[in-house]
Design a protein around this ligand. Structure first.
Ligand code: NAD
Ligand code: WQD
Length: 385
C-alpha cells in the first residue's frame, strides 16, 4: 500500500513540480537570450576564428549558441571544447555548446527548436588546402553538402540572416592588386578547398534570388593570424602547420627545427611571397560589424566584403618581425616554390571600411607579439591542458 502511495506522490511531484520548473527554465533562458542584442548560432564555434569571434559577440551583449563536430578542435571526453572553456574564462559568460555536425539535419533542427535564433555565423568547414587535394570528396561533402543542410534548416525555421566565412582564395590568381570585391571569383581556384568556398557563395546567391527575405554577408578573409591578447586562445593547427605564422611560431618555441621558405624568386620586393595578414581580433570584430549591417532596412540579398588590411607583407618581412617580437632567432632555408602559391595577394578593404564601418587596426608587430604570447604559454596548444 505504502509503495503505491509513494508512487502516486512521485508521479504528482513530477507533474506538478519538475515539469513546470523545466518549462520555467526554458522560458527564462529564452527571455535571457532575448534580453541582449539577439541570439547568434555560431557553427564551427570551437575553431580558431569562431572562438575569437564569440569573445567579441559575448562582450557586445549577444547571446551565443555554438555547434561544432570537434573534427579540428580539442576537447576532453564529454567536456566542452577547451577553446570555449577558455572563452568563458576570458568573458566570464556562459556559452551553450552542442557537439553537432552541420550535416546532421535532425540534430540541427533540435537546436533550432530549442533556441530562438536571430543570426547565424557559419564558420564550420574543413580548411586545409593540401588535404583538400588529397581527399576532395570529403571537402565537397563536408563544406558544400554540410552548408546546404544548414541553409535548408535555417530556411525551414525562417532564420535568414547569415554571415558566411569565405576566403580570398575565391579570387584565384589575382588579375590586379589590390583586390576589390568586383574581382572575378571562381576562376583559377587552385584547390578543392577554395572551390568549396566559391560554390557555397554561389549557392547563397541563388538562395537570395529565390527568397527575398534572406540577408547574406560574405566575408572574404585574407590571411588571419595572431591570438587574443590574453594568450589563452590562439591558432591550434593539428600536425605540421600548413600556414606561415604557426610554423614560424613553432620554430621559435623549439617545436620545429627550421622554416622552409617556399621560393625567393617571385616578382616581389624581396622575392618571397607577399600576403595581407590580418590580426584575428580585427577579423573577429568584422563579424560584429556585419551583424550590424542586417539592421539596415535597405540591405537585402547578399553582399561580399574583403576583410584585410590592404597592406602586403613578405615572408622574410614576417620572419624579421617575429624575431623582433619574440627575441628568438628563426632558422630558415629557401626551398622551391609551393604548388598553387601566387606571388602576391592583398586586399582593397575600402568597401568594408565604408559600408561596415570597420577597419583593421593591429600591426604586423601586434600579430607576431600576440602569436608568440599564445605559443609560449601553450607550447603544445590546447592539448597540453
Ligand atoms: P578551424 O578548423 O579552426 O575551425 C573550423 C571549425 O569547424 C573546427 O572547430 C571544426 O571542428 C569545425 N567543423 C568542421 N566541419 C564541421 C562540421 N561538418 N560540422 C560541425 N563543425 C565542423 O578553422 P578556422 O581557421 O577557424 O576557419 C574558420 C572558417 O574560416 C572556415 O570556414 C575557413 O574556411 C574560413 N577561413 C579561414 C582562414 C584561415 O586562414 N584561418 C582564411 C579564410 C577563411
Ligand atoms: C603565406 C606565405 C607561402 C608556409 C592559405 C590558404 C588560404 C587561406 C589562408 C583558408 C606564402 C609562405 C608558408 C611555410 C612559406 N586559408 N610559406 N613556408 O597560402 O596565402 O593562404 O591560408 O581559407 O585559402 O591558401 O597562406 O600561410 O600558407 O602562406 O614560405 O611553411 O608564406 O609560400 O607566400 P596562403 P600561408
Amino acid at each position: 500500500m505504502i509503495s503505491i502511495t509513494n508512487g502516486i506522490y512521485t508521479l504528482a511531484s513530477i507533474y506538478y513540480v519538475i515539469i513546470p520548473i523545466g518549462y520555467l527554465t526554458k522560458w527564462w533562458f529564452t527571455e535571457k537570450e532575448m534580453a541582449g542584442k539577439g541570439l547568434v548560432l555560431v557553427t564551427g564555434g570551437a575553431g580558431y576564428v569562431g572562438s575569437h569571434t564569440i569573445i567579441e559577440l559575448l562582450n557586445s551583449n549577444y547571446s551565443v549558441v555554438a555547434i561544432d563536430n570537434l573534427v579540428n578542435c580539442y576537447a576532453e571526453k564529454n567536456q566542452k571544447p577547451e577553446s570555449l572553456k577558455r572563452v568563458e574564462k576570458i568573458t566570464g559568460k556562459q556559452i551553450v555548446f552542442y557537439n553537432v555536425d552541420i550535416r546532421d539535419k535532425l540534430a540541427l533542427e533540435k537546436v533550432f527548436k530549442t533556441h530562438k535564433i536571430d543570426f547565424v555565423i557559419h564558420f564550420a568547414a574543413l580548411k586545409a588546402v593540401g588535404e583538400s587535394v588529397q581527399i576532395p570528396l570529403m571537402y565537397y561533402q563536408n563544406n558544400i553538402a554540410g552548408s546546404s543542410t544548414l541553409f535548408q534548416v535555417m530556411s525551414d525555421f525562417s532564420v535568414k540572416k547569415l554571415v558566411f566565412s569565405s576566403s580570398a582564395t575565391v579570387y584565384g590568381t589575382p588579375q590586379y592588386l589590390p583586390i576589390t570585391e568586383e574581382h572575378i571569383t571562381g576562376q583559377g581556384c587552385t584547390n578543392p578547398y577554395g572551390k568549396t568556398k566559391y560554390f557555397v557563395e554561389e549557392i547563397l546567391k541563388d538562395v537570395c534570388t529565390s527568397d527575398k527575405e534572406w540577408q547574406v554577408i560574405l566575408l572574404r578573409y585574407f590571411n588571419p593570424v595572431g591570438a587574443h591578447e590574453s594568450g589563452l586562445i590562439g591558432e591550434n593547427p593539428s600536425g605540421i602547420p600548413n600556414n606561415l605564422m604557426p610554423y614560424i611560431s613553432q620554430v621559435a618555441v623549439g617545436r620545429r627545427d627550421c622554416l622552409k621558405i617556399f621560393g625567393d624568386d617571385y616578382e616581389t620586393p624581396d622575392g618571397t611571397g607577399v600576403r595581407d595578414y590580418i590580426h584575428i581580433t580585427d577579423l573577429a570584430s568584422g563579424h560584429l560589424k556585419a551583424l550590424h549591417k542586417f539592421k539596415d532596412p535597405s540591405f537585402v540579398g547578399w553582399k561580399a566584403y574583403n576583410l584585410g588590411t590592404g597592406k602586403g607583407c613578405s615572408v622574410l618581412e614576417m620572419v624579421k618581425a617575429f624575431e623582433k617580437a619574440s627575441g628568438r632567432k628563426i632558422k630558415y632555408e629557401i626551398v622551391e616554390r609551393r604548388d598553387g602559391d601566387v606571388a602576391a595577394s592583398y586586399a582593397d578593404p575600402s568597401l568594408a571600411n565604408i559600408e561596415l564601418d570597420w577597419v583593421a587596426h593591429k600591426s604586423i608587430h601586434d600579430m607576431c607579439a600576440d602569436t608568440w604570447n599564445w605559443q609560449v604559454n601553450n607550447p603544445k596548444g590546447f592539448e597540453q591542458s
